[in-house]
Design a protein around this ligand. Structure first.
Ligand SMILES: [Zn+2]
Length: 440
């Protein structure tokens, strides 16, 4: 027996950037959208009555939001040790499925995890897809592929990278190839490269920790196995090398000049600036005990992010919205929509365009645009019903009270009134006083 879901009388923002439809009705059969129409133009095939009918009363409906940068295994850690060493795989996995529910309950029906400790993101994805837990759809990477002195190589040389770390050290092209193959065997959707060298970290002229040949080796191996590739790349030289190697999107790109922007524009490589993490450190770093010098570094980076990405938008580079949820300054279920707000607040986007960055653009980059990211026939009926108009005030997307209902695959998601809280383990004790509050 098919289940028919219908939501009528809404202002429908479809996620593609098109102007909203007034007095719209959306119909889904077995979780997939079959028709969208306005007024009385009901298609003949949509005549039989719905099993679940929602009268929106003029309120706004938009696609379930997508966070393209959420590390579900990091557990709101404050330090590399907390993220990479303590807890173990079992704890990290159980905690991740619990945290994934908070992501869903904040209106994010999908996210990309670009880099996980162990294989937690893949396990969390599978547990949700198997129906064991409520949670968003997850586009999952494994451990970041890194090199000596690269980003994610946090520990002294005599320790190397522990097997529990978010990064995996691949010193030679052979080891890069076999790590990509191993991760694909372990069913990742995405390969993540830790691109920047840490040796010159915080200097805008820093570069990649891989040679051009090494980067090409990773990208070609992943693409040959049908997987997307993204890269952590703050610095221009890393971004340019990654673009030439053929990555599918770049994360951060905090420092770029006109030539780098031109290169991304010509190749139409999307950028996920991830301003939320940086802005939260700048605005709230003191409250959570961040080193004042690091706050200064992040202030300079945020200034550059804003300048650079205003130009990226003007140039026509596709933009993606990702918050970097998963750290103590970006706890789960709270800050995901902040990135869409910052697209408006700092980068000067229209609210309609900013919503597309957190829906359609993200889905397109993952290769998921036939399934999610827009409210068009064929896609999953992943949608939000809002109490107020996000085109008037984009901040309603980040306000729990404004989200009247969340649907995933045409099924209503039961969400608690307030985000769940938990006690923390001994090794997480420092977090009790160093995590941003759970309401805003
Ligand atoms: Zn990240």
């Amino acid at each position: 027996m098919s289940k028919i879901f219908e939501i009528a009388g809404c202002t429908l923002i479809d996620g593609t950037g098109r102007e909203p439809l007034r007095d719209a009705t959306l119909r889904a059969v077995d979780g997939r959208i079959t028709a969208v129409w306005t007024g009385e133009d009901r298609p003949p095939a949509a005549r039989c009555p719905a099993d679940e009918f929602v009268q929106a009363g003029g309120r706004t409906v938009l696609p379930g939001l997508i966070d393209s940068h959420c590390h579900i295994s990091y557990g709101e850690g404050k330090t590399a040790e907390e993220v990479d060493i303590y807890g173990g795989a079992e704890w990290a996995a159980v905690r991740a499925v619990w945290n994934a529910q908070k992501v869903l309950h904040s209106g994010f029906t999908s996210f990309c995890d670009p880099g996980s400790t162990w294989n937690v993101a893949v396990t969390c994805r599978d547990a949700i897809n198997n129906g064991m837990f409520d949670g968003p759809r997850i586009f999952a990477a494994g451990r970041h592929i890194s090199a000596d002195g690269g980003f994610a190589d946090y520990f002294p040389g005599w320790l190397g990278m522990p097997v529990s770390a978010e990064g995996v050290l691949c010193p030679t092209p052979d080891s890069m190839r076999s790590e990509v193959r191993r991760q694909v065997k372990n069913r990742v959707d995405l390969i993540k490269i830790s691109g920047d060298s840490q040796a010159q970290d915080s200097r805008p002229d820093a570069g990649p920790c891989f040679t051009a040949d090494e980067m090409a080796c990773i990208v070609q191996t992943a693409h040959g196995l049908g997987r997307k590739v993204t890269i952590h790349s703050r610095y221009a030289k890393t971004v340019a090398a990654a673009a030439r190697a053929g990555v599918d999107w770049v994360i951060h790109a905090s420092y770029m000049d006109a030539a780098d922007i031109g290169l991304l524009r010509d190749l139409q490589i999307p950028v996920c600036p991830t301003m939320t993490y940086t802005a939260n450190i700048v605005q709230h770093g003191r409250e959570v005990g961040v080193d004042p010098n690091y706050i200064e570094v992040k202030k300079r980076e945020l200034d550059s992010l804003v300048k650079v990405h205003r130009r990226s938008i003007e140039a026509g580079i596709p933009m993606m919205a990702g918050s970097e949820a998963g750290f103590s300054v970006t706890p789960y279920g709270l800050w995901h929509a902040r990135e869409i707000e910052l697209m408006v607040e700092l980068l000067g986007m229209s609210p309609l365009m900013a919503i597309s960055t957190g829906t359609y653009n993200n889905a397109k980059a993952f290769g998921w645009d036939n399934d999610v990211g827009s409210l068009q026939p064929g896609r999953w009926a992943d949608l939000l019903l809002l109490e107020s108009d996000p085109l008037q005030d984009i901040r309603v997307l980040g306000s729990r009270r404004s989200i009247a209902a969340i649907y995933k695959g045409g099924e209503r998601v039961e969400k608690p009134d307030a985000p769940a809280v938990r006690r923390r383990l001994g090794h997480e004790r420092s977090l009790a006083v160093s995590t941003l509050p759970l309401t805003r």
